[in-house]
Design a protein around this ligand. Structure first.
Ligand SMILES: Cc1cc2nc3c(=O)[nH]c(=O)nc-3n(C[C@H](O)[C@H](O)[C@H](O)COP(=O)(O)OP(=O)(O)OC[C@H]3O[C@@H](n4cnc5c(N)ncnc54)[C@H](O)[C@@H]3O)c2cc1C
Length: 340
């Protein structure tokens, strides 16, 4: 992963805002086609919502939990990732819980994870891409046939721009540019998700490594140690339902943790002999823009007159696979010589 030095006058063919999967798939394709690219990312590393939080003893995937690959494009990429140990199958016992009963979910050869964390896929794509981290883009301007980005007192220019931020943030950044994409951006409603990461002092007596939950505040719970390459310590990630997360968007982390852990205790307690062990660590994270309610199915949004593309999972189904396909669509829109 190459980092740019602090060059106040950097110019390239394409500027990309966001080092999540969409931005990095696009950057990688363009780079390989000989296009000069600069990625600007506000966080400390690559991955976006395919996030992994590390502590001394634990590794939590607190954003995307796994991915599926149905398209030929992602299946091809998956073969490569599996071959190089960047991804692995996550063939573990899963169930769905409706408040009364646990129903086993078929999980043979369908779900995959990055190794050693979900962010491994983005990190792999970022390997040869020029990325600037901890660089929050504050403004974008179009003038004289080029884009100018300012962030942290520095600036970059390029003929073309790709934004991969959530649509609401893209709308804010593009205000005043005269883009024709405003109406499409306004259609997409991103829903939040509260995530709680919890470590226990002993294994929870619970036969499932991942649980889809259809009743109460929780939507999902997963045992991190069941994923290839993670520490075996007993650590779980809990996700709240979108409606619950919306209602509790501004609640304190203490209140969120208390409600979600109580709900998890009830889920564990519903299996014979199940009980929640003592907690060693609790961390929470609020995803303000987690998943699109009604994602577009357009690949990406293009304003040719401005040399502008806006892309993201929300343009193509809202999941990891959507991000991958949106990144490919963006690369083709920015350089039609790139083959499908
Ligand atoms: C809680 C949760 C659970 C999920 N579970 C699953 C799952 O199990 N399976 C699945 O397939 N998908 C899941 N998803 C969805 C999946 O994570 C996303 O679809 C995918 O990671 C989106 O990738 P992206 O590149 O489009 O967006 P992002 O990953 O959001 O990337 C956008 C990037 O832009 C950066 N950025 C934003 N604004 C700026 C700015 N002004 N300046 C610089 N950088 C900026 C952000 O920091 C981010 O890194 C989940 C998502 C969440 C949040």
């Amino acid at each position: 992963m190459r980092r740019m030095t602090n060059d106040p006058g950097f110019h390239c063919d394409v500027l990309i805002v966001g080092a999540g999967l969409t931005g990095l798939v696009c950057a990688d394709r363009l780079r390989r086609a000989g296009v000069t690219v600069q990625v600007l990312e506000k966080s400390r590393g690559a991955g976006g919502r395919m996030a992994t939080r590390r502590t001394d003893a634990y590794r939590f995937d607190h954003g995307a939990q796994y991915f599926t690959a149905r398209s030929p494009e992602l299946k091809r990429q998956l073969e490569d990732w599996l071959g190089r140990g960047v991804a692995a199958a996550w063939d573990v016992p899963l169930a769905a819980f409706d408040g009364d009963a646990m129903r086993p979910v078929d999980n043979r050869g369908q779900r995959f994870v990055g190794t050693p964390g979900m962010n491994a896929l983005a990190r792999d794509l970022a390997e040869d891409v020029t990325c600037e981290f901890q660089c929050r883009v504050e403004s974008v301007e179009r003038g004289g046939g080029q884009w100018r980005i300012r962030a942290g007192g520095r600036q970059w220019t390029a003929g073309k721009l790709l934004l991969t931020t959530p649509p609401e943030q893209a709308t804010q950044l593009l205000a005043g540019t005269g883009t024709c994409l405003g109406a499409e951006l306004a259609q997409v409603d991103m829903r939040p998700c509260w995530a709680v990461m919890v470590a226990f002092e002993s294994p929870a007596v619970f036969p499932w490594d991942g649980l889809f939950i259809n009743r109460g505040p929780l939507s999902w719970a997963s045992r991190m140690g069941s994923r290839p390459g993670r520490p075996e310590a007993e650590a779980w990630v809990l996700h709240a339902q979108p409606d619950w997360s919306t209602t509790h968007l501004e609640s304190t982390t203490e209140a969120v943790e208390s409600a979600l852990l109580a709900a998890f205790g009830r889920v564990i307690g519903s299996v014979p002999g199940g009980s929640m062990p003592n907690r060693l660590l609790t961390i929470s994270h609020r995803w303000r823009y987690a998943l699109a309610r009604d994602p577009l199915q357009v690949g990406c949004l293009v304003d040719e007159s401005l040399g502008l593309v806006v892309a993201g999972a929300w343009c193509s189904g809202s999941r990891v696979e959507g991000a991958y396909l949106s990144g490919l669509a963006a690369a083709r829109a920015l350089n039609p010589a790139i083959s499908p």
